[in-house]
Design a protein around this ligand. Structure first.
Ligand code: MN
Length: 238
């Protein structure tokens, strides 16, 4: 896909993730370059809902921007570079502080699929920056080594839940990474509601989750189009 199309998708993805309550003023989404597989695109340091095409930077695998001008990058861009380096299958990365998932990052209750739209949550890795780095930090993935430790915790999974911070979700396309991020937030909310009913929750089995994930794999265009339209209507109304 040409760079201009990938950049246009990043703009839409940013607007969708804000409109769907996954990101607020913080959080970011990137996509791997098709022309140079060791480069990726990511907006400059700004609120996602305000991102336009001119705000998107191209980065190398050391998270250096190719042509930044006076545009400053996100502190946590190392999340993206180190996952792309370690995972050739990953084409897009979303990092957010998705509010409903945070309780699962700080408790022993596992975030897992309660419904079929979130089958990919059958494999959620937990990342604790304190044990990974061996020291007290400000919780941010602000350098290469921390990025490596997060990518290592993610391994081959689609999701890494970060204690006291947020979540990082990958996909084989930007649409998949965005849809997963929205449905992870929804599943977390629904799981908390189901647990509140006070009787044991019947989660999807591993096989059900895998089958549901396969069924959803070709369906990302539908929610993407809906959410894009809604996000644009809201933006036009401003
Ligand atoms: Mn963060």
């Amino acid at each position: 896909m040409p760079a201009a199309q990938l950049i246009a998708d990043i703009v839409v993805a940013n607007h969708i993730l804000f409109d769907q309550g996954v990101v607020d003023a913080f959080g970011h989404v990137s996509v791997r370059s098709d022309e140079n597989k060791q480069h990726y695109f990511l907006a400059r340091n700004m609120a996602p809902s305000l991102v336009e095409a001119g705000d998107v930077l191209e980065y190398d695998f050391d998270s250096n921007a190719i042509n930044p001008g006076d545009r400053r990058g996100y502190l946590e861009r190392f999340i993206h570079s180190e996952i792309y380096r370690m995972r050739p299958d990953v084409m897009s990365v979303v990092h957010s502080h998705s509010p409903a998932v945070i309780p699962f990052s700080v408790s022993r209750t596992t975030l897992q699929p309660v419904y079929h739209m979130a089958g990919f949550l059958r494999d959620v890795k937990k990342y604790d920056i304190r044990t990974a780095s061996g020291q007290m930090t400000d919780m941010l993935i602000r350098n290469h080594d921390l990025g490596v430790s997060l990518a290592a915790a993610l391994g081959s999974a689609p999701v890494a839940l970060m204690r006291g911070h947020g979540i990082t979700i990958v996909g084989t396309s930007i649409k998949e990474a965005v849809c997963r991020s929205v449905y992870a937030e929804m599943n977390a909310r629904i799981q908390i509601q189901a647990m509140g009913l006070g009787t044991p929750v019947e989660y999807l089995s591993r096989e059900e989750a895998e089958l549901a994930e396969k069924a959803n794999a070709g369906q990302f265009d539908r929610p993407w189009e809906l959410w894009q339209k809604h996000a644009e209507e809201i933006r036009r109304g401003k």
